[in-house]
Write a protein that binds this ligand. Structure first.
Ligand SMILES: [Zn+2]
Length: 303
């Protein structure tokens, strides 16, 4: 991946208060994450671009078309993040792969993340009681209210099949009995909070998103809007507010919110390694910017 000259977001010192409690505060974005050692990335960066073992392409850190690390980055030194639900990322066909952060999610949570290139996307119609689409809009709800709204989408024959990932499989008699035996109120609460099985993200520049979001296969999915958070993305899109997050930022923030607001568990950095590549690249670009003489602007970021 090429690290293009950075375009930094505009610092807005007045808007930092609400972010104090998150890992990504404005003064020191990406500083307090619980990350695996990034030494492997430091070494890879020093030796420069390397070969993708799958397609042979010359890449930095990882191959953004094969979703594997390059040969100088041993895969066992890349952290694996286990996610509490499945994630689909729909990419716009004209989105430049090397500029997208969607690959980070696939590399770091390979078991739980799938990428699709529009218009080849899965059929969600049968499962809209357990899937949400992260996209802001007039009807979008907060992460906190997901379970409440998903209930309205539950078809009567799906009540017992929440534990199955496949929509086609009906629960066996035994499973059904187990479910019925466990029907105490506390358990039912737990089931409610676990209604959600899959989250869909769109990876595209905001100007290209329209075609995807209006696709009929995505209509009827509950839309979720993230809390206001500001991007650190170095390729922040010109003219757009800094609340437009990069894909990996959106996934990360969604999961942090889901963990605390829906699963009701204390967040202890479980998903921070999703920012493994992102935070390293962010630091690299910060340093590059500093050495290119734009000291004044950079010192605002070091606050
Ligand atoms: Zn490759």
């Amino acid at each position: 991946m090429s690290l293009n000259p950075p375009i930094f977001f505009k610092e807005d010192k007045d808007s930092t208060k609400e972010l104090q409690n998150t890992s990504l505060t404005k003064e020191e974005p990406l500083q307090n994450l619980c990350l695996a050692s990034q030494e492997v990335l430091q070494k890879a960066q020093q030796s420069g671009r390397a070969k993708c073992l799958k397609c042979g392409g010359s890449r930095m850190f990882y191959c953004y078309t094969c979703y594997v690390p390059v040969e100088t980055v041993p895969i066992e030194q890349i952290p694996v993040v286990k996610l509490p639900l499945k994630i689909d990322i729909i990419k716009h066909p004209h989105e430049t792969d090397g500029k997208s952060t969607a690959a980070h999610a696939k590399l770091l949570a390979p078991e739980d993340v799938n990428l699709y290139t529009y218009p080849c996307i899965p059929e969600y119609e049968e499962r809209k009681h357990e899937i949400v689409l992260v996209f802001p809009g007039p009807n979008s709800v907060s992460v906190e209210d997901i379970s409440l709204h998903l209930h309205k989408h539950i078809p009567s024959n799906a009540l017992y099949s929440n534990k199955n990932d496949s929509p086609d499989k009906l629960p066996s008699k035994r499973q059904k009995m187990e479910v019925e035996e466990n029907r105490d109120p506390e358990d039912s609460n737990r089931r409610d909070s676990n209604l959600l099985k899959k989250v869909v993200f769109i990876d595209s520049t905001w100007n290209q998103t329209h075609k995807i979001i209006t696709d009929e296969r995505l209509q009827g999915l509950l839309q979720v809007e993230l809390k206001t958070r500001k991007t650190c993305f170095w390729r922040h899109q010109k003219g757009k507010p800094d609340t437009f997050l990069s894909t990996i930022e959106a996934i990360y923030y969604f999961l942090v919110d889901y963990h605390t607001a829906v699963l009701k568990e204390k967040y202890k950095g479980q998903y921070d390694n999703l920012m493994f590549f992102y935070s390293f690249m962010y630091q690299l670009i910060k340093k590059a910017k500093s050495s290119s003489g734009k000291q004044q602007e950079n010192s605002a970021i070091n606050l």
